[in-house]
Design a protein around this ligand. Structure first.
Ligand SMILES: [Zn+2]
Ligand SMILES: [Zn+2]
Length: 262
């Protein structure tokens, strides 16, 4: 009820650039709000896809701007496990699943597979890094003039705690949005599923000198109370270490402004 039930979708605004991170069911509401805000102005959007698991792409057919002929949408992502990215994204609009085929969309949509792990979106430099998650999955690091955002929606800490590359990738992020689906006991029952737990997320964020950690990828079986206990537990871990890391659980509609003291 408070944290929200939609799947992964984050909007990032840097100057005039609008960057969307993942196309989960939250994309539907984002489409509505963008159309309301920009009314008659054509939208120019970039969508970065972490991976093509269902909870990260299923909002796309319900994203109203793709039915607007003036909308430009550039989609970038990994190869989509065994199928190509194009097949993974457009396949869900075939008649078995959806009434409007992708080929009939009036908007200008470009789908590009990631060839380079360093690239630019408008004026924003972006770096990608492989996640430890089944199939092909990446996280993104966005360099804005006001700070660094790292988005790692689905990833599991490496067995044996060898996360050196990951720590370097998230180093000094102002905001880290990180998979923290389980508590420790739940995690031990789900190792190898590609998701992390709160204790490991806090440890990783502390090692990397992160400013704010947003616990992310909530389990659909967890209610608000359970997620509240995650936040409390995480803050206790930080306090024990006398560290400055801020921790919150991501909530639907939550806004974080970089460069502003909170
Ligand atoms: Zn996944
Ligand atoms: Zn997921």
């Amino acid at each position: 009820m408070r944290y929200g039930g939609n799947t992964t979708c984050i909007e990032v605004r840097i100057g005039d650039d609008i960057i969307i991170l993942d196309a989960g069911t939250g994309l539907r509401a984002l489409g509505q709000s963008l159309l309301k805000e920009f009314k008659h102005q054509p939208l120019n959007l970039t969508l970065l896809i972490s991976h093509t698991h269902w909870d990260h792409i299923q909002g796309l057919p319900f994203f109203a701007p793709i039915y607007d002929a003036r909308c430009r949408l550039r989609i970038l992502g990994g190869e989509g496990a065994r199928k190509g990215l194009v097949a993974a994204l457009t396949g869900q609009m075939e008649s078995t699943y959806f009434p409007v085929p992708f080929s009939k969309l009036p908007s200008n949509i470009e789908i590009e597979e990631l060839r380079e792990f360093n690239f630019a979106v408008g004026n924003t430099l972006v770096r990608a890094h492989r996640a430890n998650h089944p199939g092909f999955c990446v996280g993104y690091r966005l360099f804005s003039p006001d700070g660094i955002v790292v988005f790692f929606p689905d990833t599991e800490p490496r067995a044996g705690g060898d996360d050196r590359e990951m720590i370097e990738f998230i180093r000094d992020a102002d905001v880290l949005i990180l998979d923290s689906q389980y508590d420790r006991a739940e995690y031990l029952k789900h190792t190898g599923w590609g998701h992390g737990c709160v204790d490991d997320s806090v440890a990783l964020a502390l090692k990397a000198g992160v400013g704010k950690l947003c616990l992310f990828h909530h389990d659909s079986a967890h209610d608000d109370k359970k997620i509240d206990t995650f936040v409390k537990h995480a803050r206790r871990l930080v306090a024990k270490r006398k560290a400055k890391l801020k921790v919150d659980a991501a909530r639907e509609g939550m806004t974080i402004q970089l460069g502003v003291k909170s």
